[in-house]
Design a binder for this molecule. Structure first.
Ligand SMILES: Nc1ncnc2c1ncn2[C@@H]1O[C@H](COP(=O)(O)OP(=O)(O)O)[C@@H](O)[C@H]1O
Ligand SMILES: O=P(O)(O)O[C@H]1O[C@H](CO)[C@@H](O[C@H]2O[C@H](CO)[C@@H](O)[C@H](O)[C@H]2O)[C@H](O)[C@H]1O
Length: 458
């Protein structure tokens, strides 16, 4: 049993430590820890999970976020984990404790994977988790050597390496808990169950319940475990290496187009779709107009193009032949695709745009949104060198050729071209805001794109 006094001591430690972590989204914002829930995941109580509710803003502007914080609680210091020490407490549940960042402790990962493999639960009806094995799910490698990925990530991923004959795994621990299905789990599982080899093979997932931001019980996903594609390279690296060395990337882009259309076809067949009625298209146009307004407010440099941008996205309202809406990737770019020698292009991270609410990210959408995302990404890759020549344009056409060949229709023609032009502009506007906030040195790339896209008559 965990005690309330100990919960408070742990919360006090995390209050200091969490803001320094990569996954903490409230950096630079005054944020208060409002609630802590804590539960052991294993019998020894070493592996634990904390749900930390953080409040930012005051009064009407107050916003709450629940973070999932894996910790391991050890009775003595562990020199192997010195780099992952969160802090030391004189008394946690009746004994002195050394608290470590859970993903760095193999014991924590073992506890998580045991819940998945055994389909067992831990915790209580108010804060608890339950493991699930995917159909034909991959087994847990015996040695359990683990490594936390160090990339710029909003979640935390732990790689579990494997011995000869075993499959290595990757466990992605979602950091922000949101009520409802996480599309990363639902969409990838649906694809894998349908036999689609364009996603990593699944092992399982963890879902559970916690006290939600409004104080009522929330239910959702905590973690997702899949095959780790060792030796693969992400498409951003492959593409930027090609552009830097002046190598053509069209053949790979064409294959990527084909892979994207294959995934879209399986998603349309396996998960709910919705006809693109005039009302639905009007709602889509409203959403795009909102985004224009949001971007122009956030980045004043966009003011001059606001009217043209509104006209471009409003054209969606008048489309008469739109494909049905379906589940999509939602945040598709070169960094979300891996190239594996054995499997070709494999798609990752179906969580959708992190800035959108989870419920919105699970709604059927235009598959062309993903096409637009990847076209923007070719432009980014091309912009990493001063003189890219026609590299980006060739990738773009090759990707669309590959996509059309599998999809059976060409996004460059008819009403689809109107939708694609609106969605490309929408993505570029989002990127302007993203870069202004995160990477001002990169702002030129989407800003130039907005002007270029608007000067194109399509
Ligand atoms: N199955 C996998 N095999 C190999 N590498 C992976 C796999 N899944 C994720 N990665 C690596 O981890 C990175 C982050 O994964 P991702 O699912 O995009 O997490 P996040 O949602 O936190 O951004 C990817 O860009 C990729 O480099
Ligand atoms: O962290 P996420 O992968 O969910 O996405 C965010 O960060 C991306 C950058 O890492 C950003 O992508 C933009 O830059 C990429 C190059 O670094 C480029 O390939 C993408 O096309 C471009 O959108 C993404 O927009 C943002 O949501």
């Amino acid at each position: 049993m965990t005690s309330k006094a100990s919960d408070e001591a742990v919360a006090e430690l995390l209050r200091e430590w969490a803001p320094r972590q990569r996954w903490f989204a409230h950096k630079g914002v005054l944020a208060h820890v409002q609630r802590i829930e804590r539960t052991p995941l294993d019998e020894g109580g070493v592996a634990q999970l904390v749900a930390l509710t953080v409040r930012s803003g005051e009064g009407h502007d107050a916003a709450h976020t629940v973070y999932s914080v894996p910790i391991s609680v050890r009775p003595a210091p562990d020199p192997d984990l010195a780099h992952a020490l969160v802090g030391e407490l004189p008394d946690v549940d009746g004994a002195p404790a050394w608290i470590y960042d859970g993903p760095h402790d193999p014991t924590w990962t073992r506890a998580l994977l045991t819940l998945v493999a055994a389909e067992e639960g831990a915790g209580s009806t108010t804060f608890g988790v339950h493991g699930h094995s995917a159909e034909g799910g991959l087994p847990v490698p015996a040695g359990l050597r683990t490594k936390v990925l160090s990339g710029e990530q909003s979640n935390t991923s732990i790689v579990v390496s494997a011995d000869e004959g075993e499959t290595p795994l990757i466990a992605k621990v979602f950091r922000v808990l949101s009520a409802g299905d996480n599309p990363d789990v639902v969409v990838q599982t649906a694809l894998a169950d349908a036999g689609c080899g364009r996603v990593p093979r699944p092992s399982g997932w963890v879902d559970g319940q916690w006290t939600g931001t409004d104080g009522s019980l929330a239910v959702g996903h905590f973690a997702h475990v899949t095959e780790f594609l060792a030796g693969s390279q992400d498409a951003w690296r492959v593409a930027t290496a090609a552009v830097e060395q002046g190598r053509d990337f069209s053949a790979q882009a064409r294959e990527l187009g084909r892979a994207t259309a294959e995934v879209h076809a399986v998603l349309a067949a396996e998960l709910p779709t919705e006809p693109a009625t005039p009302e639905r298209l009007a709602a889509l146009a409203d959403g795009l107009l909102e985004r224009v307004a949001w971007a122009c407010t956030a980045v004043p440099a966009l003011h001059d193009v606001a009217a043209a941008a509104r006209a471009r996205v409003d054209a969606v309202r008048h489309v008469t032949h739109a494909p049905a809406l379906q589940r999509v990737h939602g945040d598709y770019h070169l960094g979300q695709v891996l190239h594996s020698a054995a499997r070709g292009w494999v798609l990752l991270d179906f969580e959708g745009e992190p800035l959108r609410p989870l419920a919105e990210r699970s709604l059927p959408d235009l598959a062309l949104r993903d096409v637009a995302g990847m076209l923007r990404s070719f432009d980014y890759a091309a912009s990493t060198v001063p003189e890219p020549g026609t590299w980006g344009a060739r990738c773009r056409e090759a990707f669309l050729d590959g996509y059309s060949a599998v999809a059976g229709s060409d996004p460059r023609t008819g009403d689809q071209a109107v939708l694609l032009a609106a969605l490309e502009l929408d993505k570029a506007l989002y990127e302007v805001v993203y870069e202004a906030r995160n990477r001002p040195d990169w702002l030129r790339i989407p800003l130039d794109a907005v002007h270029r896209l608007l000067s194109d008559p399509s």
